[in-house]
Design a protein around this ligand. Structure first.
Ligand code: SF4
Length: 510
């Protein structure tokens, strides 16, 4: 319902605990914000892998009987939002295969840039694909690897893919975590007693009482088995390109991501935003929940009090029933409601983490004005989003990104705000250590760290729903001047609530 980039996926793995599947369930629960379409757990007991996958939220996907059937001391799990491939049960992960190297389970967070090319080559050689995901090519490459053991087969397979990947893999007796050499997506390593934990974000460790030790480094492969933990760096090194949007929006603020507290980084974004574009005002109001940390920083820096002038209804689910047309004009109120006593007669600074199409922001400004605000200033804790992501994030077409096609003044007019300001690119990258050298900022610059071959255009267009114009690496496209199309931008036709209906499609256990 909110106008945001969509989260990607979350992965979790544990080795050496008798309750491995139950702990994986809890880990996925903590990672639910990274994917709500499907969830899956594969567990092993040293002899075989069992797996259960289902559409929907984690707590709908598993029950006690299912978890009881996932026996063993090692497990891997996955929550999915489809960035490549359709939303259907066959595409749920972990993918489990049997091969000459034995069984393998795989969960993937990211997006493989050369997936179309490799998939076509595999199909020409006779491979039969079960899913429409990019991740499946890795298990095909693994099954075909001429390597002498499981680990070299994994390295052989992963060496043939490019792009963004944080994998958790499992054989019948070990778990493996692999992060691509650019380090696009996070992957953290921790301990729970004698057990090893590998997961997307540390909030999953907190829930099960595990201790965060360090990140799996870009280009690193860690293997946990009965002999302990081993690390290797089998892939050619590359320039680090950790996704800065993990700090802006995706990750939970209680997580450490890329070694940094998301809460602290997000708060620093807010402080810098206030320094760069402070405005006389009476109250700072975050757009909940994602604008809260930056609003705290903005209030701290500006000395203006922060108040919760917008209250979020947390009980609006994916299966909201489509009301009749005659009563549909409640806009974003079903999810956000203004607090008149805080807003009335005030000069209000609204703080949000990002604007994608601008449609929701426009409705929120209207709502705050209707609650009596005297002035409404919009402050965004990241730079204008002008380019799509090819590294595991679902973004709208470039033509739908308001900052890609409109000037700042046009955006202000569209939102009907008194002023609009974004955090600068320097402000963003200076908020994290080595922000200018270790992070990807492509959605703000249009400059892509991993190029993709020309013939990938069609594949990406299909998989990521992009315009052909967006599919080639290009020079930066700053906020552009162009005409404004009234109410308006694609996707703005009223609150599309029912369309987000349940994607549940049963459960599959093997
Ligand atoms: S393009 Fe944006 S969302 Fe995608 S990896 Fe880079 S910073 Fe993250």
């Amino acid at each position: 319902m909110f106008d945001k980039f969509k989260d990607e996926c979350g992965v979790f793995g544990i080795f050496g605990h008798p309750e491995a599947a139950n702990l994986t369930y809890l880990g996925l629960y903590a990672l639910q914000h990274r994917g709500q379409e499907s969830a899956g757990i594969a567990a092993a007991d040293g002899t075989r892998i069992r797996v259960s996958r289902a559409m929907g939220y984690v707590n709908d996907a598993f029950d006690n009987d299912t978890l009881a059937g996932l026996t063993g001391h090692l497990a891997v799990g996955h929550v999915r939002y489809s960035t490549a491939g359709e939303s259907r049960l066959a595409n749920a992960q972990p993918i489990v295969i049997d091969s000459a190297h034995g069984q393998l389970a795989l969960g993937h967070n990211g997006n493989l840039i050369n997936a179309g090319e490799v998939r076509d080559a595999l199909v020409r050689e006779g491979a039969i694909f079960q899913t429409s995901t990019d991740s499946e090519i890795v298990v095909h490459l693994y099954a075909r690897a001429k390597a002498e053991n499981v680990e070299t087969a994994i390295v052989d397979a992963i060496s043939q893919v490019r792009g963004a990947y944080s994998f958790v893999l499992m054989t019948k007796d070990r778990i493996v975590g692999v992060r691509d050499p650019h380090g696009f997506r996070p992957l953290a390593l921790g301990r729970l007693g004698d057990a090893w934990v590998i997961c997307s974000e540390t909030c999953a460790m907190d829930l099960i009482g595990a201790t965060y030790i360090r990140d799996v480094e870009p280009g690193e492969m860690v293997i946990a088995n009965a002999q302990g933990l081993r690390s290797m760096k089998p892939f050619p090194p590359a320039k680090h390109s950790q996704c800065i949007f993990e700090h802006v929006y995706f990750s939970r603020p209680d997580s450490y991501v890329f070694g940094e507290s998301v809460n602290e980084v997000r708060t620093e974004f807010g402080r810098r935003l206030a320094l760069e574009s402070g405005v006389p005002a009476d109250v700072i109001v975050p757009i909940p929940d994602s604008g809260v940390c930056a609003a705290v920083g903005y209030a701290e820096q500006s000395g203006i009090p922060m108040r919760m002038g917008l209250i979020r209804n947390h009980y609006v689910g994916r299966t909201f029933i489509q009301p009749q047309q005659s009563i549909r004009h409640f806009g974003v109120r079903v999810k956000l409601n203004p607090v008149k006593s805080i807003l009335s007669g005030k000069r209000v600074v609204l703080v949000d983490d990002s604007i994608v199409r601008g449609t929701t922001s426009r409705k929120i400004v209207r709502m705050v004005r209707s609650a009596g605000a005297r002035e409404v200033h919009m402050r965004i804790s990241c730079p204008p989003t002008i380019s799509p992501c090819f590294y595991g994030v679902d973004t709208p077409r470039r033509s739908e990104l308001i900052a890609a096609t409109h000037t700042l003044e046009e955006i202000r007019k569209y939102l009907n705000a008194d002023s609009v300001a974004y955090l600068s690119l320097d402000g963003l990258t200076d908020s994290v250590p080595a922000g200018k050298t270790r992070y990807c900022t492509s959605c703000y610059t249009g400059v892509y760290p991993v190029a993709f071959p020309r013939d990938e255009a069609a594949y990406l267009q299909l998989a990521l729903k992009l315009n052909p114009e967006s599919v080639s690496p290009s020079a930066p496209r700053p906020v552009a001047a162009s005409g404004f199309e009234a109410e308006d931008l694609p996707g703005s036709a009223g609150p599309s609530l029912a369309g987000a209906g349940s994607s549940r499609g049963g459960r599959r256990s093997e």
